[in-house]
Design a protein around this ligand. Sequence first.
Ligand code: ADP
Ligand code: MG
Length: 515
Amino acid sequence: MGSMGKVLGVGLVVGCAVAMCVVAGTMVGKRVKSRRRWRKVVKILEEFEEGCATPVEKLRQVVDAMAVEMHAGLASEGGSKLKMLLTFVQNLPNGSERGVYYGLDLGGTNFRVLRVQLGGQRSAILEPGVERQPIPEHLMTSTSEVAKFELFDFIAASLQKFVEKEGNGSVALEGKLRELGFTFSFPVKQTSVSSGILIKWTKGFSIHDTVGKDVSECLNQALERRGLDMRVAVLINDTVGTLALGHYHDEDTVAAVIIGTGTNACYLERSDDIIKCQGLLTTSGAMVVNMEWGNFWSSHLPRTSYDIELDSESPNPNDQGFEKMISGMYLGDIVRRVILKMSQESDVFGLSFSKLSTPFILRSPLIAAMHEDDSPDLREVARILGEILEIGDVPLKVRKLVVKVCDVVTRRAARLAAAGIVGILKKMGRDGSGGIASGEVRGGSHSKMRRTVVAIEGALYTSYTLFREYLNDAIADILGEDISPHVVLKVMEDGSGMGAAVLAAAYSSSGQDTL
Ligand code: ADP
Ligand code: MG
């Protein structure tokens, strides 16, 4: 009996052990599976990071490519993806301007109306306030014949309200129109300093039957329809405005870069180097060239499968390739695509429905907020994943993964923008390398290096600290410690609109362009 009991007892013990083994077995299986899935996600990250790598040697290749493409774009019409558009701006403000002028900045998320009052002697610009407002989405993409005037009518109405609010003291002089600097930041084929033809829409705009039209005329007509005593004195884009304002404050300013919704750059070129316009006569011997660098492309750019998909699903495939890697409109969507891929290959973001497949749901300020989240448990990351993407309960290590994706995307963007800037300096012979034509080796005498100021604007640089730091560091890396102290990046707050008004002043006093 005793032995029976023993046997039974053993049997029970064995039975329990088997059951426990089964439980432990599934747990180990789960853990192995989840570890495998985690490895998969990490691999996606690693591959992405590798694809986005921008070591300084690679950046130098981008610098060279930019300078070469600039040459090509100046040599002939259509000679490069860089359009290198003439702006007809040959005199930049120098601080002596006087009077009251208006600025209007259209070309991105918001549009701005402003007024400047200049007192000469590089006086501080007195502005009774800048007005910003978002552009109603339906005006950005009118597709019908009737709708095509709506955007310009909307702008004219805003200008009118702005002028009316100023009250007296700023009444236009008898018989004299108020002069407006119009910043229109889309590719324009300029026909004079105050007029130009729209080449194409970018940044999500697309308005029926406006490509090929004179942009100033469209606005002037809208102003007239409202009976407003104002006319477009200069038509420029945001980079030119930023350069103009930079030059108003500091005469060493020779180039300007914008990194906002889109990205672009301009610089002061010698007329002799604008080969495609042979015999271009300018009184100053120079002209501002609008590079339209958002369309820059080079095989040296580190491109990933996510970039290729973003491009092919965009309304303008094969277009604005540089912009799609750099500017505020796209950064968030690259991040989204990487996270989406991770969520498809594993369950680290949970299995339930999320908003990850909604294009452009992650805007770049959200990327910045997650990237710069310094709370120990990454609370902001969790909040954004939860509230915006509807992904709940993400463990800390997955939040860290998301931060890393933001970091990779932003770092690449900032460093490529830096390479672009140095490319311009190289074209101008101000990168210390002796320019692209001469085979001069680096490391010569830099004692004669001129101080070079690049004006910069756009929320990515001004409001996204890590982006700014990555960009600044990359410029220093590329130029090296001998040259980089001679290059200064100066933020021109509201440069695009303010610069337009200041340039309107410069052109009002100095008269017409001589072309
Ligand atoms: P625009 O280019 O429209 O003239 P901005 O220079 O203000 O105007 O840039 C707007 C772009 O910058 C938008 O794409 C917006 O999402 C992005 N942005 C705004 N603030 C931030 C921020 N703090 N961090 C990152 N991106 C930002
Ligand atoms: Mg802008």
